[in-house]
Design a protein around this ligand. Sequence first.
Ligand code: DGL
Length: 278
Amino acid sequence: MNATPLLPNPSGPIGVFDSGVGGLSILRALLERLPYESYLYVADSAHCPYGSRGHAEILRLSEGIARYLVNSGAKAIVVACNTASAAALAHLRATFPQIPFIGMVPAVKPAARMTRSGVVGVLATPATFGGQLYEEVVEQHASGARVLSMACPGLVERVEEGDLDGPTTRALLRQYLTPLLEAGADTLVLGCTHYPFLAPTIRTLVPAEVALVEPSEAVARQTARVLTERGLVRPGGTATQRLYATTGDAAHLAAALQHLLGRESDIRALQWHEGMLG
Ligand code: DGL
């Protein structure tokens, strides 16, 4: 007999996960829009980067993290990773039907509306471009615009290292941005949650009229909408929690939190064991 899944409790935290520290760009927007919610953030740094892995593996990892978040009382889960969304979002929704999932896809839709030159450049990981989700969004929402996809191996690692504007990071960015600019792109989509942390450096490398589009505020708005629709807005009265966990080095996530969000926190160390996190 199947056990009936427990309904999510509005007092529970919002689960947020990414392969590493990139999802902190989404968490930052969530904290701003929904400061009265509790959060449990998981960085799967033991497997970062996801972008060069196959979809089957990313799906397995995403399911393990989602199960951990659900077992920890998460009432909703933000997949703060384009790569994990591309590989696993539909599967996660089918596996945990009682939990609302907020996923992401590179923001091609607003970019196609904004472009004046008619050329949009999308920066993302190879696995994000390999997914059906991306293909669908380009097909359905980019009519009229020329969309150029630029896979950017190596950038996630630079952000994980905390190197947001050093010579190696700048050289990589130049390598990826130059062909897009030469092709006439005037709108660049940051299609990986690590990349918004590089936005100040990207700004110094592209003409002022080039627009950078990233979805963190839209994701936070969508999360607020979903919580309201499902009756899951947190009732007041108890203290909110911000919990951070990593499958990698706890000191690394603590340093990234400080460096990227200016926050200090204790970090919970997690370990993978036969597909389960604990
Ligand atoms: N930050 C992630 C994304 O939005 C994953 C990057 C990676 O691990 O390759 O795609």
